[in-house]
Design a binder for this molecule. Structure first.
Ligand code: URA
Length: 197
């Protein structure tokens, strides 16, 4: 069991990191209320990593990120890009569901950061998509609206990071599908041009 005052050595594999996450009690409220932790899924050597906000009720029940309504929309976006979900690596800022789907607190995001950075370190993605402002602001440590962060690339460690609107936001605001599709086209073009270089 890990606690904030017990620094731990970096995990050597995703399996080892997932085992640590499964027993984490750094955020007492989340640890008490979760059904299970939601670590991440997909290709451990993925070129593209998706980062969302936090598990919702469906994810908490099933133990996998983006399996509810937002996840179904995300799957359609993945298909439209010509990608396959198992080829990507999908995770979140938090590995536990915040009660009632409230936003993660800064302390929760900071408690879970070591796990996110561990996943990035082990997967070594070339591209990261931050879905929504919680992912974008937390990963890049910025306090700028998602509308201002989208449409361009940031650097994080060795990855190029694109930020765009969260699929849950798209479900409530279908007009935002257009800018998201523009962002996806930007990423696909970047991947193609990097492959030519
Ligand atoms: N929303 C997220 O940000 N992540 C999930 O895993 C599910 C819904």
């Amino acid at each position: 069991v890990t606690s904030p005052d017990q620094p731990v050595l970096p995990a050597k594999t995703l399996t080892e990191l997932a085992e640590r996450v499964a027993t984490c009690t750094r955020c007492q409220e989340l640890a008490e209320q979760r059904t299970q932790t939601v670590f991440g899924v997909g290709n451990p050597n993925a070129k593209i990593m998706f980062i969302g906000e936090a598990p919702g009720a469906d994810e908490d029940r099933q133990g996998e990120p983006f399996v509810g309504k937002a996840g179904q929309l995300l799957n359609r976006i993945i298909e439209a890009c010509g990608w396959k979900r198992p080829d990507l690596y999908i995770c979140n800022i938090l590995r536990c569901r915040p009660p009632g789907n409230r936003n993660p607190t800064p302390e929760e995001a900071s408690n879970c950061r070591e796990y996110l950075d561990g996943q990035i370190e082990l997967v070594q993605p070339e591209y990261i998509v931050c879905w929504g402002s919680v992912a974008a602001k937390n990963l890049l440590n910025q306090d700028v609206s998602i509308g201002k962060m989208r449409g361009k690339f940031f650097d994080y460690r060795n990855a190029k990071v694109l930020c765009t609107y969260h699929p849950s936001y798209l479900l409530r605001n279908p007009e935002a599908k257009k800018p998201v599709w523009e962002d996806m086209k930007l990423l696909m073009a970047k991947i193609e041009s990097d492959a030519r270089d």
